[in-house]
Ligand binder design. Structure first.
Ligand code: FMN
Length: 149
C-alpha cells in the first residue's frame, strides 16, 4: 500500500476535483493519501514524504495556477535535495492552447526532476477540449501508476 501526497495546482477547480476523487478512491483501495492545495505549506510536507503526485492545471499563457506558485518559488529559492522523492504528474490543459499545452504540469515535472526527484511512469496530460471526464481518466491512470511504485 502506498503513502502519497497529492500536490494540487488548480485555478477553477478541475485539478482539485481530480485530486479529491483520487484521494477518495485510492483511499478506499487501502492507500494513504493526503491532499495539499496550499502551496505555501507544501514544501515542508514534500520534504517529509517519499511519494508525491502533482495534479496541476495551466492558466494564463502557460502559467501555473496561483495556489501552487508559492511552492515553485520556495523550491527555486531553497533548492532542496529531493533525491528521496518519487513522483508522478497529472497535467490538465487544453489543446487549443497549442504552444502552452499542459505547461503547468510540465513546469512542475521539470522542477522536481531538476532537484533530483525521480518521476515514476509517464506524465498524464488531460485535454479539457476532448475529455469531459478528467477525473475518470485520471483514476484509471493513477491505478496503473500506483502499481509501479
Ligand atoms: C484563462 C485560461 C487560460 C488557460 N491557459 C491554458 C494554457 O496556456 N495551456 C493549457 O494547456 N491549458 C490552458 N487552460 C485550460 C485549463 O488548464 C483547463 O481548463 C483545466 O482543466 C483547468 O483546470 P483547473 O480548473 O484545475 O484550473 C486555460 C484555461 C483558462 C480559463
Amino acid at each position: 500500500m502506498a503513502d502519497i501526497l497529492i500536490l494540487v495546482g488548480s485555478e477553477s477547480g478541475n485539478a482539485q476535483m481530480v485530486a479529491d476523487l483520487l484521494a477518495e478512491e485510492l483511499g478506499k483501495e487501502g492507500h494513504r493519501i493526503a491532499v495539499e492545495a496550499r502551496g505555501a505549506e507544501a514544501m515542508g510536507r514534500l520534504l517529509d514524504c517519499g511519494t508525491a503526485l502533482v495534479c496541476c492545471s495551466t492558466h494564463g499563457e502557460g502559467e501555473l495556477p496561483e495556489n501552487i506558485r508559492p511552492l515553485r518559488e520556495a523550491l527555486l529559492a531553497a533548492r532542496p535535495d529531493l533525491s528521496q522523492l518519487r513522483y508522478g504528474v497529472i497535467a490538465l490543459g487544453d489543446q487549443t492552447y497549442r504552444d502552452t499545452f499542459c505547461r503547468g504540469g510540465k513546469t512542475m515535472d521539470a522542477l522536481l526532476a531538476s532537484l533530483g526527484a525521480a518521476r515514476i511512469g509517464e506524465r498524464l496530460e488531460i485535454d479539457a477540449c476532448t475529455q469531459p471526464l478528467p477525473d475518470e481518466e485520471a483514476l484509471e491512470w493513477a491505478r496503473e501508476w500506483v502499481a509501479l511504485l
